[in-house]
Design a protein around this ligand. Sequence first.
Ligand SMILES: Nc1ncnc2c1ncn2[C@@H]1O[C@H](COP(=O)(O)OP(=O)(O)O)[C@@H](O)[C@H]1O
Ligand SMILES: [Mg+2]
Length: 366
Amino acid sequence: MSTEIILKDLIKKFGDHTVIQDLSATIQRGEFFTLLGSSGCGKTTLLRMIAGFNSVESGTISFNGRIINDMQPNERNIGMVFQNYAIFPHMNAFDNVAYGLKQRKIAKNEIKQRVMEALEVVKIADLAERMPTNMSGGQQQRVALARALVIKPDVLLMDEPLSNLDAKLRIEMRSAIRGLQQEFGITTVYVTHDQEETLAVSDRIAVMKNGEIQQIGTPEEVFRTPSNLFVANFIGKANAFQGEIEEISGNGMRIRIADGTSVFASVQNDHASTGQQVTVTARPNAIMFAKDSGIDAVIRSAHFLGMTYQYTVETMQGITAEVQSDAAYGTLCSVGSKVKLELNENRINVFDTEERAFAKVGSGNA
Ligand SMILES: Nc1ncnc2c1ncn2[C@@H]1O[C@H](COP(=O)(O)OP(=O)(O)O)[C@@H](O)[C@H]1O
Ligand SMILES: [Mg+2]
């Protein structure tokens, strides 16, 4: 049975500096749960708290209902993988992977069998005798992964495991990690600052800022219905337009954009009032060039990227926006062309002056 992790009201301080502020989350059994946030927001600190390397100033961490705050790291049965691999340079791949099993005083025959199995799982069985200095970054990270998996951990913790690899290898390894995690069903907490990687591998994502979780949701939820402007900007590009609520109706609100055009947003409006200032965001592929009416803008850069056309436009109000459209048909519009921007009303998000989202009608996302 895999492990459910409950983090409750966690606080972590280094001296007077509070790094984790009253953080709560439930990580489900077998889930691939990612902590996403920019450098310094507290991801590693939180991961080390779960591992038992950091003290907990307040709150509780529990595994399957049992509070583990005072349990030693080596009693938690956790597999860890780090950015810098942290494999032993003076041991070959086999001995690196065997290390944890030897410490647990497991019989020699069983060690041999389990290490070879683990090396096979990460597809480097043929490198068992090889020393780390003669391995590529990707191969070393596979050793680190095998070493984490071989102890049959209840929980797998990974701290930016792919950041030292080149782009191609990162994509290959993230697929491998996700595949293994699903095969074994291990509850996994994964740390990264790479939003694309997060979307690609996670069951759920916690977006962090300054030691606080801003939103927890599936990749689609976090991308499509960000709970605040920070999340909207952090995951993917969000073009922002200032507006004012012009009219409130039963199923949403009409918003006048600063340049005089308007959009209808299907959002909950019980806290809204006419005249209220709001921010409307649209992803680059939720903006189209319209024929007759729309936000007046000029194309400042134009690129054909094979699958898509990619434009930077500037509105008369001086707002810069990115527009992306399907490039299966048509031709590239030229720099300097005047265009009218139409926002796809089904795909806009609306935020109040405190940068909190108005919940979309029907999305069930508060
Ligand atoms: N051992 C420590 N002593 C003092 N401050 C620390 C320590 N570890 C981390 N911090 C501080 O905690 C904050 C969060 O760091 P960290 O968890 O490493 O962020 P992230 O992994 O998200 O980049 C940073 O301001 C960092 O300087
Ligand atoms: Mg870190």
